[in-house]
Design a protein around this ligand. Structure first.
Ligand code: GUN
Length: 283
């Protein structure tokens, strides 16, 4: 292994500790930061995710309320719950766990969340603010990736960053954040003709596809920083990312593991966003 590991668990613990200190300061002023989580239906993966979001919140002193709604909840009923949470001054952040059951319009649900409570950063107002360089909530996964780059003191100015994936949740906001940090950014996706020709030129690669071994050793420039957003299972059922870690680690300069890389940072940045929602509301 030549690459240095970017330890997401250690960095997330540091972020959580900073959040906990700021929560203590808010509480001293009589403000209890509060995240409301809505879970519709009983998707097993979603249940695991929301439980960990509640546990993380409570561990850092944030209040988290998990509201479970039945799988047959109507669009109107869900929008009414969001409207009530928007109007509740004791609630600072609102998170609707995705995916939603197929009969619900997820984009309309996200747009119903008040932008100042949109701690996922998925609202068009949040996406637009990121695009034009205004303050607003940043989606937690790319925000966590930027923190990881910051943690190794990496200066993105003039560097070539290649993002693989163009989702609204990761790829597109990731590209905007890298651009804001003065990187030259290429976005690759499923219709990219020759992925390796782009990644081989990259100083920084962010893989956010959701497919094993999208990035192999021959596709990486020696010394590059490799950030793996993927969360997949290998043939043995073991958690793995989008990067062929065992080989890429011998070429890259820095690399994030899966598990223990981006995942814990995504969770930590939700706490940061919720804390900041509460700080702004009480400023
Ligand atoms: N489902 C999987 N990841 C996420 C996330 O970051 N936020 C929400 N709301 N749902 C998700």
């Amino acid at each position: 292994m030549t690459a240095q590991l970017i330890d997401g668990n250690a960095l997330a613990a540091q972020v959580r500790s900073e959040v906990a200190h700021r929560v203590t300061a808010l509480k001293a002023r009589g403000v209890q930061p509060h995240l409301a989580i809505l879970l519709v239906g009983d998707n097993p993966a979603s249940q695991v995710y929301v439980r960990s979001k509640v546990a993380d919140s409570e561990q850092t002193g944030l209040q988290a309320t998990l509201e479970r709604l039945p799988a047959d909840t109507t669009q109107a009923a869900l929008l009414a719950r969001i409207a009530a949470l928007n109007a509740d001054p004791a609630v600072h952040g609102i998170l609707v766990q995705l995916p939603l059951p197929a009969h619900l319009d997820a984009q309309a649900v996200i747009e119903a969340i008040a932008p100042h409570k949109d701690v996922d950063g998925f609202h068009v107002a949040s996406a637009g603010a990121l695009m034009v360089g205004q303050s607003g909530f940043r989606p937690c996964t790319p925000y966590g990736c930027m923190k990881m780059l910051e943690s190794i003191g990496y200066d993105l100015r003039g560097k070539h960053a290649v993002v693989i994936g163009r989702s609204n949740i990761v790829g597109k906001p990731m590209a905007m954040m890298l651009l804001a940090a003065n990187a030259t950014v290429t976005i690759c996706h499923s219709a990219t003709a020759d992925l390796a020709s782009h990644t081989r030129q990259a100083d920084v690669i962010v893989a956010a596809v959701g497919k094993r071994h999208v990035l192999t050793a021959g596709m990486v420039k020696p010394g590059a920083v490799v950030i793996d957003v993927g969360m997949n299972r290998d043939d043995a059922g073991k958690l793995c990312g989008d990067v062929d870690f065992d080989r890429v680690k011998d070429v890259a300069g820095w690399i994030t593991p899966v598990p223990g890389g981006v995942g814990p940072m995504t969770r930590a940045m939700l706490l940061v966003n919720t804390l900041e929602a509460a700080e702004r509301a009480s400023a």
